[in-house]
Design a protein around this ligand. Structure first.
Ligand code: ATP
Length: 353
């Protein structure tokens, strides 16, 4: 089943081409739309809502053509805009009830759905306070609640983590995941940070300068690598267990490197060694077989040194690495230009910071 489909979709403004022959297909679930500022994400959402006409090409949302079924699309789709657009003098309850009524819900149902939705986004206690006094995180939740209140089949969330601190961002990403798991609502969420979509989305679409760089399942970006991440404890005999293991594994003929920058995202990366499995293969299966002998050597070496083994696991790629290390040949608009590569790296490095 297709939720969103575009075919050669372009949007040209007098001075800039915001979308350039974008062809993609999105299925139910949580989909991330990632690109640097100005990549064309908000423009795409406005076209998909039927609010802005495309210059050429076609698009459909829930099987409805955006060029002439905009009103029907907006009945079934919720939209959380990027920019702050909330009236400061009314409470979350008043505002969300109003939006529910605008979507056609009768008064009683609007009040009931508002209470449920505000509870779901974690704003129940503060629901009668004026929005003007809310924190950024609370305002983002009000925007999310108004997008959900009419029980849509699909929601477009434009940069919902903007302006949030790391904890607020994690909370928002969890909430977004639950919009799909708890209510079965499909989600299209935009971000300029590649990394944050990795654990939230089933599928990630990357655009740059209005062009499609790649559209794949998250699992395809984060395939297992032919590298084992190994972490050990220190002991009285070996106060620096990591160094002792590194020397012993190197002596045993294995290629070992400290995790360093490549270990970003691994808890305790400073103590993690990356051990290459011989005969690396791109396929997870090949890499798995090749790793078996290395697993045995690592296990025996750790046991021989008397160290405790904290972790031994096959590393997975992070989405940002896919773009930094290996342009996808044959991918439409593959990042073979410096500008394209830089844009996606920018997303990755911002996230790492
Ligand atoms: N109404 C408009 N008139 C002229 N140019 C526009 C208009 N709307 C968007 N653009 C341009 O189109 C390009 C894509 O903008 P868009 O807002 O879609 O990007 P984005 O990926 O959503 O970035 P951001 O997160 O910064 O909003 C930008 O160069 C922008 O300046």
């Amino acid at each position: 089943m297709t939720v969103i489909a575009t075919e050669n979709l372009s949007k040209r403004f007098p001075r800039v081409t915001a979308l350039d022959r974008l062809t993609m297909r999105i299925t139910p679930g949580v989909t991330g739309l990632v690109g640097a500022n100005g990549a064309g994400k908000s423009t795409l959402i406005k076209i998909l809502l039927g609010l802005s006409p495309a210059s050429e090409g076609t698009a459909s949302v829930l099987g409805l053509d955006v060029s002439d079924r905009g009103a029907e699309i907006r009945e079934s789709v919720g939209y959380m805009p990027e920019h702050d657009c909330l009236p400061p003098d009314v409470s979350a309850t008043e505002f969300v009830v109003h939006m529910a009524r605008m979507s056609g819900l009768p008064a009683d149902a609007a009040r009931e759905r508002t209470a449920d939705t505000l509870r779901h986004v974690g704003l129940y206690e503060e629901r009668y306070r004026p929005i003007g006094g809310y924190s950024t995180g609370m305002k983002q939740r009000v925007k999310l609640a108004q997008a959900l209140v009419h029980d849509p089949k699909l929601v477009f969330l434009d940069e919902p983590t903007n302006g949030l601190d790391p904890v607020g961002r994690d909370d928002m990403l969890d909430l977004i995941r639950r919009v799909h798991t708890d209510f079965g609502i499909s989600v299209l969420v935009t971000s300029h940070l590649l990394g944050e979509l990795e654990r939230t989305c089933d599928h990630v679409v990357v655009i740059d300068g209005g062009k499609l760089l790649r559209s794949s399942a998250t699992a395809d970006y984060t395939q297992r690598t032919a590298t084992l991440a190994v972490e050990v404890t220190d002991t009285d005999t070996h106060p620096d267990g990591t160094t002792a293991l590194r020397e012993a594994l190197t002596a045993a003929g294995l290629t070992v490197a400290p995790a360093g920058a490549a270990g970003e995202g691994l808890p305790g990366a400073g103590h993690v060694l990356l051990v290459e499995a011989a005969g690396s293969g791109e396929e997870a299966g090949d890499a798995g077989n090749a790793a078996d002998a290395v697993y045995d050597t690592v296990r025996d070496t750790v046991a021989g040194l008397g160290l405790g083994l904290v972790r031994m696991e096959q590393r997975r790629h992070r989405i940002a690495e896919v773009f930094q290390n290996s342009p996808q040949p044959g991918t439409p608009g593959a990042p073979d230009t410096p500008a394209a590569t830089e844009t996606v790296q920018k997303g990755g490095s911002t996230d790492a910071a």
